[in-house]
Design a protein around this ligand. Structure first.
Ligand SMILES: Cc1cc2nc3c(=O)[nH]c(=O)nc-3n(C[C@H](O)[C@H](O)[C@H](O)COP(=O)(O)O)c2cc1C
Length: 387
């Protein structure tokens, strides 16, 4: 897959999740494999130009963390342009512009979703950035401000005309927040609106099958995964495998029904528990390396419960892991939990069937009401809980 001058190893992307898609998490995902391009949390263009510690920490990277896109937000054209120039000068592979953030603080200053309401102004700002750098400039948007203002197709076309290299679109409106079902037809309308640049679909992809459905129903060139990657950092590797197999199966048997390529036998199994624990510990090591032991462990308090969602019975772990301040404390909590968990295992050391977590299902692949879907893929609590 190509984005402008950039060639990517796969058509799968890690969506920016402010507070989560930091260097340690990106490295975890990359080590497992399957990812085409990772993006940082959103970074305030002005703070970056002023070299504020927080902004510099957000763009911290290393050779193993490539290729990397930095996501900028801001509404002052000169600042966005200069921030893009700076990012290019320090070796960042591509710059993404946040046009989807519904948070009041970001919209109030004309950034985030507010950019979707002023097409000409936004196109001018983006043109200034595209003209100033050689690296690809991309834009990430929602479908529009609300159901009556689905601006993404027009905006995508306008941005293509000024040289944007790709469009990421979350299939919900700003008004929807994270409620309701991801609108695949809405993503498709963006795909159809552009002439030739890739459109990358996004929203609620939690399984390889869901990624495949998004590709098939929307015609998108890539799929971007946010919360699904936090549940399951293996999702990229499993999706690449699933898509690869799916395609070859289809070619081999033209007379087979098209859903043949969705046979579960093509799915790599979910990782075993021991592998989940290995990666959990690796993630903590990287957090400590990047943020220091105290901050790294405190930040890890909100990371560990994402892994544990697939552990089966987990009260003992979740209750205690939110208090750890050192690596030693974490490992003590983990060892105690592993002993406690033994009561739920069968003679082969596997979780008994009744304790196994239910399969993950994307919102657009189930018939349940929206409220139930939200529970399947919760929006993490924190300063950005209204994303
Ligand atoms: C906690 C959180 C933080 C987010 N931060 C950002 C961000 O910094 N920039 C952005 O463009 N989108 C952000 N998003 C939106 C995601 O990138 C993505 O579009 C959305 O979560 C839907 O994809 P998903 O269902 O795969 O998570 C955030 C979402 C969440 C839940």
């Amino acid at each position: 897959m190509r984005i402008g001058s950039l060639t990517l190893a796969s058509n799968l992307f890690l969506s920016p999740l402010a507070g989560y898609t930091n260097l340690p998490f990106r490295l975890v995902v990359r080590e497992i494999g399957g990812l085409g391009l990772a993006t940082t949390d959103l970074v305030n263009a002005r703070s970056l130009l002023e070299k504020r510690d927080k902004a510099l920490k957000l763009i911290e990277t290393c050779p193993a963390d490539r290729p990397l896109a930095v996501q900028l937000f801001g509404s002052v054209a000169e600042e966005m342009r200069d921030a893009a120039i700076y990012l290019e000068s320090v070796g960042i592979a591509s710059v993404d512009i946040n046009m989807g953030c519904p948070v009041r603080k970001v919209c109030k200053v004309g950034g985030g979703s507010a950019m979707m309401t002023e097409l000409d102004k936004t196109a001018n700002l983006v043109k200034g950035m595209v003209d100033a750098v050689k690296i690809p400039v991309t834009a990430k948007m929602r479908l529009g401000w609300d159901d009556r203002n689905i601006t993404a197709p027009d905006l995508a076309r306008a941005l293509e005309d000024v040289g944007v290299a790709a469009i990421f679109v979350h299939g919900r409106t700003r008004e929807q927040g994270f409620g309701g079902t991801v609108n695949l037809a809405g993503i498709r309308s963006v795909v159809q609106a552009v002439k030739s640049i890739p459109v990358i679909g996004n929203g609620d992809v939690t399984t390889p099958q869901a990624a495949k459905k998004m590709f098939e129903d929307t015609g998108c060139a890539g799929v971007s995964i946010g919360r699904g990657a936090f549940y399951d950092p293996w999702i990229f590797k499993r999706t690449v495998h699933f898509l690869g197999k799916g395609r070859s199966e289809k070619c081999e048997g033209r007379d087979r029904p098209s859903h043949f390529s969705l046979l579960t036998s093509e799915l790599l199994p979910e990782p075993p528990f021991a592998e989940r624990i290995r990666v959990l510990c690796r993630h903590l090591d990287l957090m400590v390396e990047v943020f220091g032991e105290d901050l790294g462990c405190r930040m890890f308090r909100k990371v560990a419960p994402w892994y544990s969602k697939r552990f089966g019975p987990v009260n003992e772990f979740n209750k205690r892991v939110v208090h750890v301040s050192t690596k030693a404390q974490f490992h003590e909590v983990l060892q105690n939990y592993l002993r406690w968990r033994e009561q739920f295992l069968d003679e082969n050391g596997e979780l008994k069937a009744k304790f196994q977590p239910p399969p993950l299902v994307a919102s657009f692949m189930q018939d349940e009401p929206a409220a139930a879907q939200r529970q399947q893929i919760p929006v993490p609590k924190g300063p950005v809980e209204v994303w």
